[in-house]
Design a protein around this ligand. Sequence first.
Ligand code: NZQ
Ligand code: ZN
Length: 390
Amino acid sequence: MQNFVFHIPTKILFGRNTVPAIGPETAACGGRCLLVYGRGSSSRSGLLDRVRASLAGAGVEIVEHGGVRSNPVLSHVRQGIGLARQHGVDVIVAVGGGSVIDEAKAISAGCVVEHDVWKFFTGRKSIKKTLPLTTVLTLAAAGSEMNSGMVITNEETREKFGTGNQLLYPRTSILDPEVTFTVPPDYTAYGAVDAVAHVLEFYMTTQDPDTPVQDRIMEGLIENVMEACDRCLADPCDYGGRASLMWSATLALNGLTAAGLGRVGFPMHMIEHSLSALYDVPHGAGLSAVIPGWLTWHGRRAPARIAGLCRRLFPFPDMERCSDRELAARTVTILRNWFGRINSPASLQELGIPATDIPEIARNAMGLAKIWRLNEYTPEIIEEILCLCR
Ligand code: NZQ
Ligand code: ZN
């Protein structure tokens, strides 16, 4: 186990009837908020009006910034920054999934500096100050509600970059599973895939062979997410299933699993972000197309970790007779079959992306590989992996 600092400054209010707390929690941070939300779901469900009423009841003035799209874009972030400055807001409130929360984070950092916010994403500037952020999470997936990361797409350069900073943690996040009852089956599944991918990235890329605490937590999160996803697809209003999926997805990327693993990477995300930047595919759908290919490629070079995951999570009779390579291949098959069962695309072809595009995707992915210092990934290696995702 490696040295680590574990410090998550986000207060979580979890469970039924927690949404009314958003007003007082926000009032504790400021008196005029920029309210950031998506393109319709929170209005249709009535959630947005409940949030507005709670904010007004707590004496917080509201400046509206709706219309955040999935895979949030830089131009809309810049509009939000302009609004925040124009109205002198002193707190940001996000009501939505990872896209809304990430856009809100980018606005919270971008509205307190003179330079363009994109410089944070290219590593040319570092974040030194942000406005406080509170959130109401509406989709179990990205984990942004309790982490220091944000991901934005620059439509002009067709780059989808992620960056992180301790100042991006939300002050308070409200996680009411009932709010996710309206999440459709496709985004329920994509969110589950995203949460599993967050665990797999760390589980597979740690260099430390002796991390039993983290391994058991990660294996348990994968098991919970797969089980909870099945429950939610069977019954969208299964409170226990939604609660398990929501809390597992948050824990999958709030730093808990990575604490003590030492240096880890995000290679599957590095490749997926190019699929979302170039084709605007949902993040989780892009990941289910990348995971089988990357795991196959990784399993050929270092099968032990994937084989260990198979022994823990997917045991079967006589498995002790199988080699690590055979168990690694079986794990890929099991995950690919799960993607099929939950209708999340398991290949580029199922995403409608032609294999002839692979060189361009690899070139695009190199931008993020450089910023994330994934130095072993060359265009040739990314193309090799993408050919396994066909
Ligand atoms: O816009 P609306 O109408 O709200 O519809 C949204 C959106 O179309 C809908 N939705 C959200 N909550 C709903 C709902 N529909 C019905 N009922 C509800 N309660 O779902 C669609 C997808 O929402 P989105 O926020 O895009 O999904 P997700 O939470 O998966 O976020 C994806 C974004 O998160 C980033 C991804 O790159 C992507 O841009 N990520 C952020 C990370 C982070 N900050 O740490 C890490 C992740 O790996 C990921 O990269
Ligand atoms: Zn993700």
